[in-house]
Write a protein that binds this ligand. Sequence first.
Ligand code: SF4
Length: 167
Amino acid sequence: MRFSKIKDNDIANGLGITMSLWTQGCPHHCRGCFNSETWDFNIEKEFTKDDLKYILDSIDKNKIKRDLSILGGEPLCSQNVEGVINLCKEFKKYYPDKKIYLWTGYTVENFNEIQKEILKYIDVLVDGKFEEDKKSLAIMLRGSSNQRVIDVNKSLKQNDIILYEIG
Ligand code: SF4
């Protein structure tokens, strides 16, 4: 898995404060993407054990309680998905009560078997490509209204897509 940055204190990508990780590389190339510098799979850096340790050791640093957000780029493309699953699995081992938010351009109904693995570890999934004609600044956690904010735990329990209740 490659990534471009880790932001310790993020208030724009989650509810409350999160530590946010931007994975590098995206195959979707949505028109109007606000983050096109994350498309290239060959730049930025490989996510290492030291980066994992940094997240695990720093998630509550300075006594600030944070959840974890994983954005892109595309966290669930074949180049990144296994690294992201490993990160989420390790994170939940140490912090089972913290939320993990994850953004993907894929829709959950079309996840392949490897991508489905991530559902065991994350709490909130924002799915779907960014669609410029549906862009809105008024909707929380999403860039365009076709995207969905999914409550993963409830969806798995009810075997249906249950939207996350915000606030
Ligand atoms: S999925 Fe996200 S990062 Fe990738 S092109 Fe679409 S908006 Fe940009």
